[in-house]
Design a binder for this molecule. Structure first.
Ligand SMILES: Cc1cc2nc3c(=O)[nH]c(=O)nc-3n(C[C@H](O)[C@H](O)[C@H](O)COP(=O)(O)O)c2cc1C
Length: 383
């Protein structure tokens, strides 16, 4: 159910961004909203989605749209979920719990990042049946195994292995703003924090966030030693051998995130993955990639109908969800808007955004005269 008062203030993801983004301190806003390099890829994600036209169909028997997703033993009440995002509790205090609770209550997917600031044991019961854990692989296989065991013990069945961070990432905005974790208290960052009173009040109540999921593996020494250790360990290049090792150690569903090329998608499944997330990390890794929505048809063709294909990067509406599905995705992940929803409306924000996206998808399906998600495949109009 949509809260009508909240809806007037926040009718869609664009309004959520307009209200939420300015409340986040500037250096964290840059980290959240930014892409890499001159951000051509970030813009391309949007432009490519906007370019997908769908042909409406009206003269068919009316049938209530059915949003339910059921594939590869994954059941959701709508074909979307939140993408894994690190540093959530720093970007907006309490956002990780609020997002997980919203997704669990709505029966949607929820992916928790390795570098989240809330423990997997806290998130698991909130996130419900659609919960997934995203793994950044450590260079020490023993640490991977220990983290996977912890995640498994917390009740997770689905592991998402991110492969599009093969080395250090250089983002201009973060270099310029001096982003670090934990945050460095310079005059500039302190002034930016002071200019964000809601954020400051939330952080003051909760204390400085930490990487709760990898904390037990960090040296007990100070933050400088911990940062050095992480720099050494989070060496995320994942080749076929490492993927096969992770596959052998993870008994549940395995999804590889960050593929764009059909050869990589085929290699992921050959290594034993159950599915892929077609993603360019929201334009944050390589500025020259195609947008996921552009390469989806090729990937679907190569993998066939049976493979689980998720997609993300740039999705901002129910219409965008339909566009991704029309082009070959089974379901989508959505990143930034959920953090911004927490900034815009606190604990109620993520649940509100999820309800808005579901309502938008329902009206889109009615316009398209399609009842099920399977019916959406191929409704794209091409000249
Ligand atoms: C602030 C932020 C942090 C992110 N952290 C991670 C992460 O820890 N692991 C990961 O696989 N992807 C991470 N991503 C990428 C998202 O999972 C997702 O691919 C991307 O945000 C989708 O694009 P969208 O934000 O346009 O919806 C992050 C993205 C953002 C914006």
């Amino acid at each position: 159910m949509i809260d009508r008062a909240l809806e007037r203030r926040l009718p869609d993801a664009a309004a959520v961004e307009a209200v939420g983004a300015p409340r986040i301190p500037r250096f964290l806003r840059h980290y959240t909203m930014g892409g890499i390099g001159p951000e051509v890829g970030l813009a391309r994600n949007r432009a490519a989605l906007d370019a997908v036209c769908l042909m409406p169909r009206y003269l068919v028997e009316e049938a209530a749209p059915d949003l339910t997703f059921d594939k590869a033993r994954l059941r959701l009440l709508a074909p979307f979920g939140v993408a894994p995002m690190g540093l959530g509790g720093l970007i907006w205090p309490g956002s990780e719990e609020a997002i997980a609770r919203a997704m669990g209550a709505a029966g949607l997917a929820h992916a928790l990042s390795t570098v989240a600031t809330t423990a997997v044991e806290v998130i698991a019961p909130l996130a419900g049946a659609g919960r997934m854990f995203q793994l950044y692989s450590f260079s020490d296989p023993g640490l991977d195994a220990a983290l996977m065991a912890r995640v498994r013990d917390a009740g997770y069945d689905t592991l998402i292995v991110t492969v599009d961070v093969p080395g250090a990432t250089r983002r201009r905005r973060d270099i310029q703003s001096g982003l670090s974790f934990p945050p460095r208290f310079t005059l500039a960052t302190l002034m930016q924090m002071a200019a964000s009173p809601r954020w400051l009040a939330g952080q003051a109540a909760r204390g400085i966030p930490a990487f709760q999921n990898i904390l037990p593996f960090l040296p007990k020494a100070g933050v400088t030693e911990q940062a050095a250790f992480l720099g050494q360990q989070v060496e995320c290049h994942i080749g076929p051998e490492r993927l096969a090792r992770i596959r052998a150690e993870w008994p549940g569903r395995l999804i590889v995130k960050g593929v764009l090329g059909a050869d990589d998608a085929v290699a992921a499944l050959a290594a034993g993955a159950d599915g892929v997330v077609v993603s360019n990390h929201g334009g944050r890794q390589l500025d020259a990639t195609p947008a996921p929505v552009e390469v989806l048809p090729t990937i679907r063709d190569r993998l066939g109908d049976g493979a689980l294909v998720l997609a993300d990067s740039g999705v901002r509406s129910g219409l965008d969800i339909a566009r991704m599905i029309a082009r070959g995705a089974d379901a989508v992940l959505i990143g930034r808007p959920f953090l911004l929803a927490a900034a815009a409306a606190g604990n109620r924000g993520p649940a509100h955004l999820a309800a808005v996206l579901m309502a938008e998808l329902r009206t889109t399906m009615a316009q398209l005269g399609r009842r099920t998600l399977a019916d959406l495949r191929g409704v794209e109009w091409t000249r």
